[in-house]
Design a binder for this molecule. Structure first.
Ligand code: NAI
Length: 333
């Protein structure tokens, strides 16, 4: 039996937390032979609810679950951590503009990044789910300068999976028949679902669907507005599909994507015309715990790719300079 890995889940008493914890404990993220110790971080008022979640996890008697720590202290949660799902975030409230949301969350991810820097393992890897995920991920990485930036990723896998789900439904095939889709950019309305290199049962998507008008119109709109449509129908935001996407993303990153293209928002590096400095979703393949960017021909979408990059640079520049250009962090780098 392998030694257990320490897996942090922030916002563990929330909706996504409730869906994701049994999946991690069952081996869906790190493999069927990898024991885990769950390090669950919540805000103080949610600790009682978290206790209830802990009781249920104990009652599941998962063989791979070798321990549970519940805390409201990031320094305890991230101590010797191997991996983290950063789900907890401050929700948008009535009257808040996006800039307020960014600033509020920047404070949370700054504190958690600083704790990671001090107490997590240097091989630590983090997937940021809490919104605005791309910019929260940037702040987290900036405050943990001794952890390689390639070890941070923001989640766009839900958008990726939604793209597959819509194509499979339209084509009347199963999701596993659809390969090679990806989503570029920010996890926001500016994202760019990309299907030009994708296939259904080995044939080009456009050929199988045979309806360019649907692809340019309803299909793209459905992907971009799916979160809102789920809130409207369910009265609550997506939780089971978000948790599933987080599991898929972490699993493929750590255990390998089996040669398949997946979407991951990783630190930009000049590829696809996006200079270094933001967490930007690109097509990747993963092997042995590392991702590699796949180069597809997206030249026809260049304007849309730039627009979603500009949005991320704007988030970085206009609201967050206090958090990102902290001289103490710059010195430590
Ligand atoms: P929720 O409101 O049910 O749960 C969030 C939990 O985070 C709460 O229990 C809250 O107490 C906790 N929390 C807040 N601040 C915290 C802090 N500083 N430290 C630790 N815990 C903290 O929300 P839900 O539905 O679980 O969603 C969580 C986040 O995931 C939201 O920001 C949501 O927008 C985002 N999301 C992202 C998606 C993506 O594709 N990237 C998809 C769906 C949701």
């Amino acid at each position: 039996m392998k030694d257990p890995v320490r897996v942090v889940v922030t916002g563990a008493a929330g909706q996504i937390g409730y869906s994701i914890l049994p999946r991690i404990s069952k081996g869906d993220a790190f493999g069927p032979d990898q024991p885990v110790i769950l390090m669950l971080l919540e805000i103080t008022p949610a600790l009682t609810a978290l206790k209830g979640v802990e009781m249920e996890l104990i009652d599941c008697a998962f063989p791979l679950l070798h321990g549970i720590v519940c805390t409201d202290d990031p320094m305890v949660a991230f101590k010797d951590a191997d991996y983290a799902f950063l789900v907890g975030a401050f929700p948008r409230k009535a009257g808040m503009v996006r800039a307020d949301l960014l600033a509020k969350n920047a404070g949370i991810f700054k504190v958690q990044g600083a704790a990671i820097e001090k107490v997590a393992k240097k091989t630590f890897k983090a997937l940021v789910v809490g919104n605005p995920a791309n910019t929260n991920c940037l702040i987290l990485a900036e405050h943990a300068p001794s952890i390689p930036r390639k070890n941070f990723c923001a989640m766009t896998r839900l958008d990726h999976n939604r793209t597959i789900g819509q194509l499979a439904t339209r084509a009347g095939c199963t999701p596993s028949d659809v390969e090679g889709v990806c989503v570029f950019g920010n996890h926001s309305a500016s994202m760019v679902p990309f299907i030009e290199a994708a296939t259904i049962k080995g044939k080009p998507v456009r050929e199988v669907i045979g309806d360019d008008e649907w692809i340019a119109g309803e299909f793209i709109k459905t992907i971009k507005t799916r979160g809102g449509a789920i809130i409207k129908a369910r009265g609550l935001s997506s939780a089971c599909s978000a948790a599933n996407a987080a599991i898929d993303c972490m699993h493929d990153w750590i255990c390998g994507s089996d040669g398949k293209i997946v979407s991951m928002a990783i630190m930009s590096s000049g590829k696809y015309g996006v200079p270094e400095g933001v967490f930007y979703s690109v097509p990747c393949k993963c092997k042995d715990g590392e991702w590699e960017v796949v180069e597809l021909d997206a030249s026809k979408q260049a304007d849309a790719l730039k627009a979603t990059a500009d949005e991320l640079f704007d988030e970085r520049k206009t609201r967050l300079s206090d958090y990102i250009f902290d001289p103490m962090i710059a010195d430590a780098r």
